[in-house]
Design a protein around this ligand. Structure first.
Ligand code: 26Q
Length: 854
């Protein structure tokens, strides 16, 4: 029997007081907000620990197959509120804080947002973990516990400045140091040839460098309306905390940097997406993840089984992008060396266990490692890759006799480089892209040769996002709106969101939808005006962003800065609008608030230039009283998951305007559409499937060249941006404004803006002008933006479209993606928490302790 909520709250208040005193030595009246946050988290943690323990026992006792997810990046967002939401305990927490006379949001703001990833991929896998836990799939995720996640971004008079992310400033109540889970990881050294019991040659290692990886676990709470929620594990490795990793001999020899290299391996996340860096420490990081995780997986398996005969049945490993692809060589090695597998059976086991997801189309993002570097740092793994490659090349020759060119193209070792994608495909039984178009491009272009050899391996699994964080948590009013109309099944079965279409034509629903949107926009405005700083050239805050009111169209582009994502096209469009409004205030019928957010890789000059352009634009437009009641531009500093939770519910228009054929999927497009924004988008990534599902009738703002057209233009080099420039007066005027000093206030700015114009019109470093087709698509973008304005003039009609868009998102929950992975790649069964086991653990936890959440 559940206790009365008021009584529960009183008991939990007691427990909070207990934690304040026993862990921080303060009483409730003197506790500050951070201390209260900590004690509140510790209090709810107890309940989570019970279910976590019982979930673990359930998986162990039922001998289920498990998926082990390997990824270098995670972006879970703040954990506390999500945990409360998924335990269905939010009202209880609010009641508790009410009783304590403390503000709920203010308490939760004390948590740092863990930015252990760059962007799309890291956030995607965090959505996947939510879905795995919620749907009771036996799973564990592995990653690295970066001391510094993605940098904190500040904009100093237009220039992006990177600051260290201090997410570990205070003790983190949601992580657990696991001293019993620590593994040695070996680098470098000399090969010592040996054979295993089956006579397979497999090298030993001498004179190696040993690093210890120590586990920190974060519980991932699955959503449940009752108290039987499953808890899965995100296990992050660190080298920081193991005193043995310090190399005293080197220190004594005066080599300070080298002495501490291994204690700093997990210090920093590499802040590049879509660009490989080839750095030694990055390779060490990748192998750390692989080696520690695979030892942990084998260890865990052997706790449960007396020999390795069921390993291939019980273990599935997901290689998330190529970054953990070395797991293929390392698993092969361990099976042969430590478990005396024959070569053939070891290789079959590797392929059965592993599958690989690719997340990028850009060739410059495909990972390669210098062979000399890899063979020096990882000699045993390199030797196996060489051997695998010989077998692989023979297999190619057998299937395509006489085609040596093909062998060269497909080889894992070519031109002194190790091609990680080739290793990943060869060692996996399934390879997937993340949206239909992307998966087709993999088959037809990027991995064409591999598709021809292994057609059955290539499949598509379209991305999805979790409606629990992105609706239930981030947009409570819209969640209520939905539940009031179709019930709350959508929380765990998003296909039912379809039913919302029935209310789209209903005037009352439209009105309520608009009220909710206006409310969310007001919250966003408050944030901009109070918390989004404007800084001078020294980083000093000299004010905050200004904004138009909630009646303006909120036009949002939030994502990493990259040329292919074309924030530049959006900025040029803003400039065109500005020019037009300058001539005649009334040419544009609506108010428009253009919002940008996103980080640029620190070394990516052109991406940083575009941020600077947006700053210059905002300065010009927002201070010009002739237009600033009609149009404004804001740049959201330090875009991250927490900021996304504020911006996305308030968006009217979602900018998904990548050069068609370049965005693998996109997931921001899904979050925004789910929250009732209409998409202005190219036919790229998952936009295409969203349009098909929402139907063309409710997808009015499609524009731009298709992926095929772009590919043709690239191949026959037919595109002439100058032609567009001379033909289209408004575009010409916008590009000219980058060069003629109209926007710049100093030499640096002039240089930055001229450079941007240069890439559009002139050949640079052997690159053709306007490689991303900004100017050509700007024409149709400009036209379709007029359609946006016409529709926005009819709010009820706009709302009807928006509700149809929400309803049409029924295919894009990460729950669906995970079902597809479970079915098509892992053959994995759901396994809910064992009730008896839960009861048993609860009893052991404390028979007398009635201080419980339920
Ligand atoms: C590679 C080598 C060295 C250092 C860093 C990297 C690196 C790191 C991150 C390369 C790529 C990434 C991230 C890629 C990424 O986020 N891709 C996005 O994945 C999303 C989820 O599938 C898609 O929706 C996006 O379209 C895709 O861009």
């Amino acid at each position: 029997m559940a206790l009365d909520i008021d009584l529960q709250a009183d008991l939990l208040v007691q427990k909070i007081k207990h934690y304040l005193i026993t862990t921080m030595g303060v009483t409730i009246d003197e506790a500050n907000y951070r201390q209260l946050y900590h004690a509140l988290s510790l209090t709810f943690r107890e309940e989570i620990m019970i279910n976590w323990t019982a979930t673990g026992h359930t998986f162990l006792h039922k001998h289920v197959r498990q998926i082990y997810y390997l990824c270098m990046e995670y972006m879970p967002g703040r954990l506390s509120k999500n945990n409360f939401v998924n335990m269905n305990a939010l009202p209880l927490v609010k009641l508790i804080l009410n009783k304590l006379n403390r503000n709920f949001e203010q308490v939760l703001r004390n948590e740092y947002d863990p930015g252990l990833g760059n962007g799309g991929m890291g956030r995607l896998v965090s959505c996947f973990l939510d879905s795995l836990a919620t749907q009771n799939y036996p799973s564990r995720a592995y990653g690295l516990r970066y001391q510094y996640g993605i940098f904190d971004q500040e904009i100093w008079e237009g220039t992006q400045v990177e600051r260290p992310d201090p997410w570990l400033m205070y003790e983190n109540p949601w992580e657990f140091r696991r001293d019993d889970h620590s593994f040695p990881v070996l680098y470098a050294g000399r090969l010592m040839p040996t054979v295993n019991k089956k006579g397979v040659e497999i090298a030993d290692l001498a004179d190696y460098e040993e690093v210890r990886a120590l586990a920190y676990d974060i519980p991932i709470i699955g959503y449940s309306e009752s108290a039987d929620f499953s808890v899965s594990t995100l296990r992050l490795w660190t080298t920081k905390e193991s005193p043995r990793n310090f190399q005293l001999q080197r220190y004594n020899a005066g080599q300070l940097g080298q002495a501490s290299e291994n204690t700093t391996l997990t210090d920093v996340l590499y802040p590049n997406d879509h660009h490989e860096t080839g750095k030694r420490i990055r390779l060490k990081q990748e192998f750390l993840l692989v080696s520690a995780s695979i030892q942990d997986i084998v260890n865990y398996y052997l706790r449960n089984y007396s020999d390795m005969s069921l390993f291939a049945d019980k273990v599935r490993i997901q290689i998330n992008d190529t970054h953990p692809a070395l797991v293929i060589a390392e698993l092969l090695r361990i099976l042969i060396k430590d478990h005396d597998y024959g070569w053939g059976e070891a290789w079959e086991t590797v392929k059965t266990c592993c599958s690989f997801t690719n997340h990028t189309i850009l060739r410059e993002a495909l990972e390669e490692w210098n062979s000399a570097r890899l063979s020096y740092l990882l000699p045993r793994q390199y030797q196996l890759i060489e051997k695998l490659n010989l077998e692989f090349c023979s297999a190619i020759r057998r299937q395509f006799p006489g085609d040596e060119e093909r062998v060269r193209r497909m080889s894992m070792l070519e031109g002194g480089q190790v091609k990680m994608a080739h290793l990943a495909i060869y060692g996996s039984h399934k390879v997937n892209g993340v949206a239909a178009l992307h998966s087709e491009i993999l088959k037809k272009r990027l991995f064409k040769d591999f598709y021809e050899m292994y057609p059955e391996r290539f499949i598509n699994i379209t991305n999805g996002v979790t409606q629990r964080r992105w609706l239930l948590l981030a947009n409570p009013l819209l969640s209520e709106f939905i539940s009031a109309r179709i019930g709350h099944k959508w929380i765990t079965d998003f296909t039912t969101i379809k039913e919302l279409a029935q209310c789209a034509g209903d005037a009352e629903s439209q009105k309520r939808f608009l009220e909710i949107k206006a409310h969310n926009k007001m919250q966003l405005i408050a944030f901009l005006q109070e918390k989004n700083p404007v800084r001078d050239g020294h980083g000093h805050v000299i004010g905050h962003s200004s904004s138009l009111g909630e009646d303006a169209l909120f036009d949002v582009q939030i994502k990493r800065f990259h040329e292919y994502k074309r924030q530049l096209m959006n900025a040029l469009h803003a400039l065109i609008l500005y020019h037009e409004l300058k001539e005649n205030q009334n040419v544009r019928p609506i108010k428009r608030m253009i919002i940008f957010g996103g980080k640029a890789a620190p070394g990516y000059e052109m991406a940083k230039n575009v941020i600077h352009l947006i700053f210059c634009l905002a300065r010009k437009i927002n201070t010009d009283t002739a237009v600033n009641q009609k149009l404004r531009v804001a740049f959201f500093e330090n875009y991250n998951v927490s900021k996304a939770e504020i911006i996305i519910p308030a968006a009217d228009l979602s900018e998904q305007i990548s050069t068609a054929g370049m965005e693998a999927s996109g997931t921001g497009n899904m979050k925004l559409a789910m929250n009732g924004a209409l998409t202005i988008g190219t036919e790229d990534g998952a936009n295409i499937e969203m349009r098909q599902s929402i139907t063309d009738a409710w997808w009015p703002f499609r524009f731009g060249a298709t992926a095929e057209e772009n590919e043709r233009r690239s191949i026959n080099q037919s595109y002439q941006p100058l032609e567009v420039y001379h033909r289209h007066q408004a575009i010409k005027k916008a590009v000219d404004a980058l060069r003629n000093g109209f926007l710049s206030e100093n030499d640096t700015e002039h240089q930055v803006l001229s450079d941007i114009a240069g890439t559009l019109l002139e050949e640079r470093h052997g690159n053709r002008p306007d490689r991303y087709f900004v100017l050509s698509d700007l024409e149709s973008f400009y036209e379709v933006q007029k359609k946006v304005e016409q529709l926005y003039l009819q709010p009820q009609k706009w709302a009807e479209y928006a509700i149809h868009n929400i309803a049409g998102m029924y295919l894009f929950s990460s729950d669906t993606s995970i079902h597809n992975y479970a079915k098509l790649e892992w053959d994995l069964q759901q396994c809910p928490i064992d009730q008896q086991e839960l009861t048993r653990v609860r009893a052991e936890y404390s028979e007398h302790d009635k201080c419980r959440i339920r």
